[in-house]
Design a protein around this ligand. Structure first.
Ligand code: MG
Length: 400
């Protein structure tokens, strides 16, 4: 079978600091006012009072969305979106383009390896450059699926289950339960600078939702790198009577020794999870070796689908779960092929969590949302990732 070659790659951005207003999309932190995702969520910046109430106040939404579009010489296109914005556009159009153009649309692993090695001197093990590489990689998988007329999950070897089941991340586990999700994860609002009073406030919230949601509904806490080992250990033990299923990303990404220590000190049966701000397979190997229970790569940030597949195999070999951070269709097509991903995350992007808004709204057309907390594999049976690009307001700042 002869396959087309890649003719060109284009990079666009939407939203972020250089845009007029919040655009949401791939940068789901780039929301308007009065959104739960910007309402006193604990962060590494919370210790500075002026940045405690709003994550946008310290610039969490400056990047905006990066959109990468790859065109084959037969005219077909693939695309993907992530967080990266205008800075990501420069990296794609001025650096990574050389590894794509002229290659066969199936040369994804070769292109991935060249992008990773050619940026090693400035990429680090997570962050903007890794987001950008991820976006290119996802666009290549989308194009390959569209050229072969197959959904990406079939290119990966096919589904191992008939449907995906989701827990919801948001501010209202009780509403998530009514919508049919298997659990609700909330962002912690208090950190080490709040001391024992902060822990009491978190426990009161958990106790309220345990009472409201009943004994068996999963409740989890996401700590977004805001804690230290001591605070996280105290919080874990304080929450244990309320059957908190896991504590997520308590520490900054590179504090591997801290994660190992936290896992040892946490109550038995409570899971410790992390990974959404880690990138590269090597970084996930070190994270896995801390003994935490669930690796949570973001497929748009970790190095792309090519890296996510490697991370899932690594976790499988160690008996660990891999449950990707959000990312909608880009995660769905991977997760449904992984035997060690028994459930998925749905990130609530409606401001008050009362409705089901697609995570990357308004940038993806036909982006599915769970029905009664589930998505059947047949929903994914469209070429590529099964979504189209809403081009309203996209800007292309660089060309080559
Ligand atoms: Mg998280």
């Amino acid at each position: 079978m002869s396959l087309p070659k890649i003719k060109t790659v284009r990079a666009y951005f939407a939203g972020g600091a250089t845009a007029d207003k919040a655009a949401a999309g791939g940068d789901y932190h780039d929301q308007g006012a009065n959104h739960w995702i910007d309402d006193h969520v604990a962060t590494p910046m919370s210790k500075y009072k002026q940045y405690e109430q709003s994550r946008q106040s310290f610039g969490i939404n400056v990047l905006g969305t990066l959109i990468v579009e790859v065109e084959a010489d037969n005219g077909q296109t693939g695309f993907a979106i992530t967080t990266g914005g205008e800075m990501g556009c420069f990296i794609v159009e001025k650096h990574l383009n050389r590894f794509l153009e002229g290659r066969c649309v199936s040369d994804i692993k070769l292109i991935h390896d060249q992008m990773m090695n050619a940026t090693m001197y400035y990429a680090g093990s997570g962050g903007l450059v890794m987001n950008t590489i991820s976006c290119v990689d996802l666009a290549l998988w989308d194009l390959f699926g569209k050229v072969t007329d197959l959904p990406v999950y079939k290119l990966l070897g096919g589904a191992v289950r008939d449907e995906l089941q989701f827990y919801a991340t948001g501010a209202r586990p009780d509403l998530a339960q009514k919508m049919g999700f298997i659990g609700g994860k909330m962002a912690v609002q208090w950190g080490p600078h709040d001391g024992d009073e902060g822990i009491r406030k978190e426990v009161a919230r958990i106790a309220h939702y345990r009472e409201t949601c009943g004994a068996d509904f999963w409740l989890m806490l996401d700590c977004w790198m805001s804690q230290d080992v001591n605070f996280a250990t105290k919080l874990a033990h304080a929450c244990a009577p309320y059957n908190v299923k896991w504590l997520e990303e308590c520490l900054p990404p590179q504090q591997f020794e801290g994660y190992a220590q936290l896992k040892q000190q946490a109550p038995h049966g409570m899971l410790i999870t992390s990974g959404e701000h880690h990138g590269t397979l090597q970084s996930f190997r070190t994270l896995a070796e801390t003994g935490i229970d669930i690796l949570q790569p973001d497929v748009g940030w970790c190095g792309g689908l090519t890296t996510l597949v490697e991370v899932a195999a690594l976790a499988k070999s160690r008996g660990q779960l891999v449950v990707p951070h959000g990312s909608s269709v880009y995660s769905h097509h991977a997760v449904i092929t992984f035997t060690n991903s028994p459930f998925s995350e749905f990130l609530m992007t409606s401001p008050d969590c009362s409705t089901l808004r697609p995570q990357f709204d308004p940038l993806l057309i036909n982006e599915p949302v769970p029905v009664k907390g589930r998505i059947h594999k047949s929903v994914l049976d469209k070429p590529g990732f099964g979504v189209e690009l809403n081009r309203d307001g996209l800007k292309r700042p660089y060309q080559h």
